[in-house]
Design a protein around this ligand. Structure first.
Ligand code: ASP
Length: 332
């Protein structure tokens, strides 16, 4: 490299570093004032998608309030929803695919960027726990289908019939109906649980688990088990998760996008809103296309945003336990 080019490159390099350091949301950034008064971190905090998040948060909170770690909290938290037979969109009791099989997707990610996932997994009640085993016991990130089930059984998980009578009934009705020609996604046939937690050490983990789009094609995998789409965590910045039409989330690497927007200086609310706007921009037809993002930053600040009205999330921290209606772009 010539000296001239070297200087040019170095100058650009330094400029880049300075710019990055000055980006308002870079958690390392401090104004003169902030250097002496660092921003306080609210912790522990746990947030989860939809109403079922309240019970899931309760389970997570029993771990967080005792000083437990965020990874255990998110795993145990979403297991409550997975094991609830009355929930039609996650784990046991989830609505099946068009062939009548309940197939599950899940992933988990910790504060050290370690992650594990399972997809198209059948007859195992707690896919999130299998995803954690993939993360901790294998050199891989994702196992799918029969391989994922074989692995789960070898790890001591039991086979369970996940198709409860009520879900089977609903599937039979759907088969007889006109809807089967075009399975749409709407507020009745989807609802992943995505959970993000920051523990008392300031470490963030996330979990995401679903039975996916009701009456989907057999073999379909959505965004929920895909690291960067359904879930992403970077402990230096924050974490994000998604719910809604997985195909749309995958197309913009949704959760990773939200985390990167927070890295650039956006608040969790602003980052989720910009990701939603990108989804709208990238789809020719967004009629009925619901997606919601949920995010937490490393200060414990939270936010959410969706394409259509109706997305809400559960928050639990030292002060409060409540549901929050996310902001949105459109009315149904
Ligand atoms: N994102 C999930 C999927 O596409 C479904 C949902 O959240 O409703 O499988």
């Amino acid at each position: 490299m010539s000296r001239r080019n070297f200087i040019k490159t170095s100058a650009l390099g330094i400029g880049g570093i300075l710019l990055a350091k000055c980006a308002p949301g870079n958690p390392e950034n401090t104004t003169d004032n902030e250097e002496t008064t660092p921003k306080t971190i609210s912790k522990p905090v746990v947030i989860s998608t939809w109403n079922h998040g309240l019970d899931a948060n309760k389970a997570a909170w029993t771990i967080l309030e005792k000083g437990g770690n965020a990874l255990d909290a998110v795993e145990k938290g979403v297991m409550v929803t997975e094991s609830d037979p009355t929930n039609r969109s996650v784990g046991l009791g989830g609505l099946p695919d068009r062939e009548g099989h309940v197939t599950l997707d899940a992933c988990i990610m910790n504060h050290e960027n370690e992650c594990g996932a399972v997809a198209f997994l059948q007859e195992i009640e707690n896919p999130i726990a299998v995803a954690r085993k993939v993360m901790e016991e294998t050199p891989h990130v994702m196992l799918v289908g029969q391989g994922a089930q074989d692995f789960a059984l070898a790890q001591g998980f039991q086979k369970t019939n996940l198709l409860v009578p009520e879900a089977e009934e609903a599937w039979k009705k759907w088969k007889e109906s006109e809807e089967q020609k075009k399975p749409g996604i709407n507020s009745e046939n989807h609802d992943t649980i995505g959970m993000l937690a920051i523990d008392e050490h300031g470490n963030i983990s996330g979990a995401c688990t679903t039975s996916g789009w009701a009456y989907k094609l057999h073999g379909r995998v959505g965004d929920s088990p895909i690291i960067g789409a359904g879930l992403f965590v970077d402990n230096e910045v924050g974490g994000a998760c998604a719910t809604g039409l997985g195909e749309a989330v995958i197309r913009i690497a949704g959760s990773h996008t939200v985390v990167e927007l927070m890295r650039q200086g956006k608040s969790p609310n602003e980052a989720c809103k910009e990701a939603v706007e990108r989804i709208i921009k990238k789809h020719k037809n967004i009629e009925g296309l619901q997606v919601g993002f949920l995010a937490i930053n490393k200060y414990g600040e939270v936010g959410g945003h969706s394409v259509y009205a109706g997305f809400n999330y559960a928050l639990r921290d030292n002060q409060t336990e409540k549901m929050i209606d996310a902001q949105y772009e459109m009315e149904w």
